[in-house]
Design a protein around this ligand. Structure first.
Ligand SMILES: [Zn+2]
Length: 322
């Protein structure tokens, strides 16, 4: 990619827009279009991350890192320069649209009692958790109208997979979780076709930048497992959305010294435990310290908590993990 193409890409993706789409919020304004907020690149407790929205540059007074949107993507996604450019180009295609769709779905959640009731039944009860995971609801039949009213062409909605070829909203009666560059839509009905992702990659590990600085990390396979653990106070949890990690998710787990607790489903057919074992071997080869958590048979971390398991009991499972 030549210099001009890189400059064009940076023009197309203002740093502030990209940060906000990754759920960064400025804590306070400074003069001349500059903002301070918590640093998304390290475990920051008081705002030390400076963003200059005129120059499209950032600098963190905590971890000492700074640069442009490409540098940010490199650090945030832990990828090399060329991959950061590729991610940004891909994101530029659908990112803003998905961000807008996720915002719309969030406004719908509390207007639909059936969605809130479903979350409640799955153990998702705390408003902080719903806010943290930015959970929304796709009632179906109104996203297309909303986005076209905002000026997005239907063709773009089709390309992003938000609208089916026949013209209707793809997600209908689904609880929606925004991911990096995708939306996960869990149907309220057990008989609906699964298709939980929009076309495109599922992205890296869920909420990885909030977790990576913990010396011990718990990996679960589903977002509802993630939710149950987070709500029980285990904020060092992340999720691979399935037992097959993609290359980026695997690299993320190996990017520094840490202990990884694998808390996959204890399926009766043993598939979750088999997947955990094979992942444990691969991680050990990379020098990662791995422990496998054994849940009661037939349980996943979500059902463990929904059926009366508590944080203390789960902590005992972590301590017993080998
Ligand atoms: Zn920092």
């Amino acid at each position: 990619m030549n210099r001009q193409a890189l400059d064009d890409l940076k023009q197309q993706i203002p740093l502030m827009g990209y940060l906000q789409a990754n759920d960064w919020h400025p804590a306070r304004p400074l003069s001349h279009g500059r903002w301070m907020g918590l640093c998304p690149l390290h475990g920051d407790h008081k705002p030390s991350f400076l963003v200059d929205s005129n120059k499209d540059l950032f600098y963190c007074y905590g971890c000492g890192r700074g640069g442009d949107v490409i540098r940010f993507a490199e650090l945030y996604h832990q990828v090399r320069f060329s991959q950061a450019v590729a991610l940004l180009r891909q994101w530029h295609g659908v990112g803003p649209l998905l961000h807008e769709a996720a915002r719309f779905y969030r406004t719908q959640l509390h207007r639909h009692g059936e969605a809130v009731a479903y979350l409640y039944e799955r153990g998702i009860r705390s408003p902080e958790l719903i806010e943290h995971m930015r959970i929304g609801y796709a009632p179906g039949g109104c996203l297309r109208g909303w986005l076209t009213q905002l000026g997005y062409p239907v063709q773009a909605l089709r390309q992003a997979g938000l609208v089916a070829a026949a013209g209707y909203d793809t997600y209908r009666h689904r609880v929606v979780f925004p991911l990096e560059g995708n939306l996960y839509g869990r149907s309220l009905s057990a008989t609906a076709p699964p298709h939980p992702f929009l076309p495109g990659a599922k992205g890296g590990l869920y909420a990885w930048y909030q977790v990576r600085s913990y010396p011990e990390v718990i990996l679960v396979e589903g977002l509802f497992d993630y939710a149950a653990l987070w709500q029980a106070g285990f904020h060092n949890v992340t999720c691979s959305m399935g037992t097959n990690l993609n290359a980026r998710q695997f690299r993320q787990l190996c990017d520094g010294p840490r202990t990884v607790y694998l808390a996959f489903d204890a399926d009766r057919n043993g598939s979750g435990q088999q997947a955990a074992q094979s992942l444990a071997c691969r991680l050990t080869e990379e020098g990662v310290n791995v422990r496998t958590v054994v849940l009661p048979e037939g349980h996943d971390p979500n059902s463990f908590f929904v059926r009366d398991g508590d944080a203390h009991q789960f902590q005992s499972l972590l301590e017993a993990a080998q």
